[in-house]
Design a protein around this ligand. Structure first.
Ligand code: MN
Length: 590
């Protein structure tokens, strides 16, 4: 039985599941242990957050309760639900992370630690503190992917209650949600969370467009549904005749933000955007998916180039389904998605579906690729964690992880037929560095589908790529701007930094002889590099007297900056920061 007395003077209604948990005297031992953990975590958080209130005026504990509730909905374990209750206590109360471990064990500690932000006082700028917190979060995720699910539950509840915050903060949180958390949910295949986060961010970032689309979508839904009735009836009959057991045929509307994104595309066809209806057919087996597809294409004329087989070739987040676009009985376009019940479940709930399925079904019912081992192999996560060490500059780091998270993927083959996944717009250089740094550094010749090709050709799904190496070959610096992966970019820069490793660094730490110092930076020639460098001087309040830029054809820019030397220590600090920009390869005192 519960050991705390809830303060009756505050207005707090506990959800039913939590009340049950607080009053339970459970049947078996394992369940009892889990219930106790959840109850103790709640009581601990309740007492610590007492007398704290949210901007909405609600008692603070409402937020951890909601987050724990979401984690429970996702099918999270007792430790995750406990972490949901405790996720803000280290940040907002005097409790330390060690005390969490003493009370709740190391598993809960790790989950809470991964979502706890560092104190803001330790940082020079907002960008820097944001970057440091993300570095920590990704590192924690690489150790335990569930950290991000706790963080997503936290963010989802904060987004649902965003209206209580001041305008500026709202925009900042909504933007971060769109750029980082929605793509993360997408990477984990958590479609429901992803689309809710996107729609909420949309509501706060483009309120006018949001209202318009909301209204239009509501008006359109009724006519669209009426229009679809005939097509659905025909389909149902024909599937029955073919003896395919159809568990469900239903109409799906697209979420608002995805409609908005389509409107922003060039060459849009408004009618198609708004009219495009989605029908989902759920059948029992893989084989029936393909047979159902045959039926669909037999009844309705398919549109060329719009069929996709994500069952044979699942998306990187394990999404599986058949997609096709056909002309329906009314002459309008109709997107049809065909999948099994398990695929549907995984498409909606992603990584967390696995937990839910193991709770509710016999785990043998799961297809092989969803075993836990597979779920822990996230290639994209490893790429992001690699950035942690490679990129020191805070704004560059943020740019790079946003980029990594939102990139679409393509699949190409090695000559032996091994499947390699790469971000879209990847080149053979990216492919080579993905295989091994030395293959990239020694790349001499490229063949795509058996034919000689340029090393920076854009690859497309299905290409077979062959790399021929030569021990005398060297990477070209110009590739830095043409490759898509951070791995290739960083490897090329590292190779050049090594080439340029010069005598001059120690000079800097001495006193400067003259009031005006001229510094020469050797950089990768890209748009914005001059701004990035000058910004650092500005931030250190160092007066820049003159700038001279010289570029040459091999992709290198020489930037000479004359500055007032003033405080030598401050200047050295600033120069150290400039050299941390990864496109700055070297510097010297001129
Ligand atoms: Mn929180």
């Amino acid at each position: 039985m519960s050991s705390i007395v809830l303060d009756s003077s505050i207005n707090l209604t506990l959800p039913e599941w939590l009340q049950k948990c607080l009053n339970s005297s459970s049947a078996n031992d394992r369940k009892q242990g889990e219930t106790t953990l959840i109850r103790q975590a709640f009581e601990f958080a309740y007492e610590l957050h007492q007398n704290q209130y949210r901007k909405s005026g609600e008692p603070y504990i409402c937020h951890p309760i909601a987050v724990a509730g979401l984690l429970r909905e996702f099918g999270g374990s007792a430790a995750m639900i406990a972490a949901g209750f405790l996720h803000d206590v280290v940040e907002d109360t005097d409790i330390t992370i060690d005390e969490i471990e003493q009370h709740f064990g190391v598993e809960v500690r790790q989950l809470v630690e991964g979502v706890t932000k560092l104190s803001k006082l330790n940082f020079k700028s907002k960008t820097e503190s944001q970057a440091e917190n993300f570095r920590r979060m990704f590192l924690a995720m690489a150790q335990d992917i569930r950290v991000i699910v706790v963080k997503l539950a936290d963010r989802l509840h904060n987004m649902r209650t965003l209206q209580h915050l001041p305008e500026e903060k709202r925009r900042r949180i909504a933007l971060e949600t769109r750029e980082i958390f929605a793509p993360l949910a997408n990477r984990l295949g958590m479609w429901r969370v992803k689309s809710e986060l996107e729609d909420l961010a949309f509501k706060y970032l483009e309120p006018d467009a949001y209202e318009q689309i909301l209204q239009y979508a509501a008006e359109n839904q009724i006519t669209r549904q009426q229009r679809l009735t005939t097509s659905m009836e025909t389909l149902r009959q024909r599937l029955q005749q073919a003896e395919i057991e159809c568990l469900e045929i239903s109409e799906r509307s697209k979420h608002l933000y995805s409609i908005y994104q389509r409107i922003l595309l060039p060459q849009k066809d408004y009618q198609e955007i708004y009219d495009l209806a989605v029908l989902r057919i759920i059948v029992k087996t893989h084989e029936e998916c393909y047979r159902a597809l045959a039926v669909v294409h037999d009844i309705f004329r398919p549109i060329p180039g719009r069929f996709q087989d994500y069952i044979g070739l699942p998306k990187p987040n394990n999404y599986q389904s058949l997609h096709t676009v056909v002309v329906s009985s009314t002459g309008k376009l109709l997107e049809v998605q065909i999948r099994t019940l398990e695929m549907d479940y995984l498409a909606e709930y992603g990584i967390t579906a696995y937990w839910r399925l193991t709770h509710s079904l016999n785990s043998c019912a799961l297809p092989n690729q969803y075993n836990q081992q597979k779920l822990s192999e996230f290639a994209w996560l490893n790429e992001i964690v690699a950035c942690n060490d490679e990129i020191c500059d805070a704004s560059e780091y943020m740019r790079s992880i946003k980029n990594d998270l939102t990139m679409e993927e393509i699949y190409v083959f090695t000559p032996k037929g091994d499947l390699i996944s790469l971000p879209s717009k990847s080149t053979p250089v990216d492919f080579a560095y993905k295989i091994h740094t030395n293959v990239g550094n020694r790349l001499a010749k490229v063949k795509i589908n058996g034919e000689d090709a340029n090393e920076i050709t854009m690859l497309t799904t299905g290409d077979t790529v062959e790399i021929l190496t030569d021990s005398n070959a060297e990477p070209k610096l110009g590739w830095v701007k043409q490759v898509a992966t951070n791995k290739a970019k960083n490897a090329i820069r590292r190779w050049y930094k090594y080439q340029y490793k010069s005598e001059s660094k120690s000079k800097l730490l001495k006193e400067y002889p003259t009031p005006i110092v001229s510094l020469g930076f050797i950089c990768v020639d890209r748009i914005g590099i001059l701004k990035d460098i000058i910004e650092k001087f500005y931030r250190y309040e160092i007066n820049v007297q003159a700038v001279y830029v010289e570029t040459n054809t091999n992709g290198i820019a020489k930037i000479n900056v004359s500055i007032e030397s003033g405080d030598a220590e401050k200047l050295n600090e600033c120069i150290r920061e400039v050299s941390r920009i990864s496109d700055v390869l070297d510097f010297r005192v001129v």
